[in-house]
Design a protein around this ligand. Structure first.
Ligand SMILES: [Cu+2]
Length: 92
């Protein structure tokens, strides 16, 4: 079930390949990288997070602009061309 827009959900990205993941319309904070405290480059508001092979990153954000679909995708151009894209859906 999609989270309400007022929630602050955590999202976990896990990969076996390099993917710079970009979230549209919303910035986020990186909570952990490989189950450890994020490093200096992971501090502050982000719209893209680098995921290296075999990494796991947990992020959090609030989707407050509107309830509905928010797109995210890989910024690797070859992956973009292969439509590596998905949506997150929030409710009211
Ligand atoms: Cu990718």
């Amino acid at each position: 079930m999609p989270p309400p827009a007022s929630a602050t959900p955590k999202w976990r990205f896990v990969t076996d390949f390099h993917h710079p993941i970009h979230l549209h319309l919303n910035q986020f904070h990186i909570l952990s990288r490989n189950n450890t405290t994020p490093g200096p480059y992971d501090q502050g508001w982000k719209d893209t997070v680098e995921l290296h092979p075999a990494e796991e990153v947990e992020i959090t954000t609030r989707f407050t602009d509107y309830p509905g679909r928010y797109a995210f995708h890989c910024h690797n151009l070859e992956h973009e061309d292969m439509a590596m894209m998905a949506t997150l859906t929030t409710t009211t």
